[in-house]
Design a protein around this ligand. Structure first.
Ligand code: AMP
Length: 324
């Protein structure tokens, strides 16, 4: 199975406590594609300007991303610039967003793209997200979406329509709270689910992710790293691993979603080790396997066996249950 993604492709100017760079290859759909393409076929729908470098087009092709839906339009490529704070690498300030060619973009899906079973509406104008969803020949098996404050604040109504039409919503925890206007994260996620989606993935930066469904909550930590060079794209890379795994295996069960969450977290832990998507480009199978195993070890603990109890000392000071 393969995934279709619509989102931004652009150039980022980034400054973090340990690194900085200008006009780095970025964009939500770029990170998503480079991550998902390790697990399944990916087709990208986006627009770039005439200034988009040939080398970057080649790079996407070299990583087996289908760029036949990447339009090159008259004008300048999307640009975003952000700065991460020294005291808290989790929080960033957007310094500038220039939509450029995205402002007039009207996606027109190729016939073969309209039949994809997995669709990811990466962070971009919700009007574009809806246009892409509306052009699908049939409802895909799974539709995921991501967004950010820029659209929550600027295009709330259009965003609500998209949210009401998808299966899985990925958002930063602050965005979950701000969109739902509810400070408790689980309640906020459930309020979003009340609008249609069956699953909300709340991304919590260095605190990991929370996967919330109607009757369960699954938590995955972020993989502990010595150095985070550049957190940009971690969320999109997470979503790429998550959707890529589901599309590759077709396992849409509870367990499949949990494994997808861990694989997404593992992919996210790689991308933050370098500026732009560089670490994704050099990633190999052995590194992925070994970090997935290390992640499993990180979160594994002894469960209670049938009939086994925890030690419990009652108010009378006596041990009443379990082992002592
Ligand atoms: P993330 O760190 O996962 O939230 O994603 C960062 C990427 O999102 C950067 O590479 C930006 O180019 C892209 N981006 C930032 N703002 C927007 C926006 N308003 N619409 C679409 N993409 C954006």
């Amino acid at each position: 199975m393969s995934v279709l993604v619509v989102g931004s492709v652009g150039y980022d100017t980034v400054s973090t406590p340990v690194a900085s760079g200008k006009d780095l290859l970025g964009g939500s759909a770029t990170y998503f594609s480079l991550s998902a393409s390790r697990f399944t076929e990916v087709s990208l729908v986006a627009v770039v300007g005439k200034d988009f470098r040939e080398a970057h087009l080649k790079l996407l092709g070299d990583h087996k991303v289908d760029t036949s839906g990447l339009e090159v339009a008259e004008g300048k490529t999307f640009r975003w610039s952000g700065r991460y704070r020294h005291e808290d690498v989790n929080s960033r300030d957007t310094l500038d967003t220039q939509l450029n060619v995205f402002a007039g973009f009207k996606p027109k899906l190729r016939p073969e793209h309209r039949r994809k079973d997995y669709l990811f509406l990466a962070n971009i104008d919700p009007v574009l997200q809806m246009e892409v969803l509306g052009q699908m020949e049939r409802r895909p098996k799974l539709v995921g979406m991501d967004t950010m404050n820029f659209w929550i604040e600027g295009k709330r109504d259009a965003l609500a329509k998209v949210i009401g039409s998808v299966d899985v919503v990925f958002m930063d925890e602050g965005e979950v709270r701000s969109y739902a206007r509810e400070s408790n994260l689980v309640k906020a996620a459930r309020a979003i689910m009340g609008q249609g989606p069956k699953t909300v993935v709340a991304k919590r930066g260095e605190h990991g992710v929370l996967l919330v469904t109607k009757d369960s909550v699954f938590a995955a930590p972020a993989f502990p790293l010595d150095t985070v060079v550049d957190p940009t794209g971690a969320g999109d890379t997470f979503a790429g691993g998550f959707m890529g795994y589901l599309a590759s295996t077709g396992n849409l069960s509870h367990r499949g979603f949990r494994r997808a969450t861990v694989l997404g977290s593992v992919m996210g832990s790689f991308v933050v080790e370098s500026l732009s998507a560089d670490r994704l480009l050099s990633l190999d199978y052995d590194a992925l396997q070994s970090r997935f195993r290390a992640f499993t070890a990180l979160t594994s603990f002894e469960e209670l066996k049938a009939g086994e109890g925890l030690p419990w000392r009652g108010r009378n000071g006596r041990f009443e249950k379990g082992t002592k």
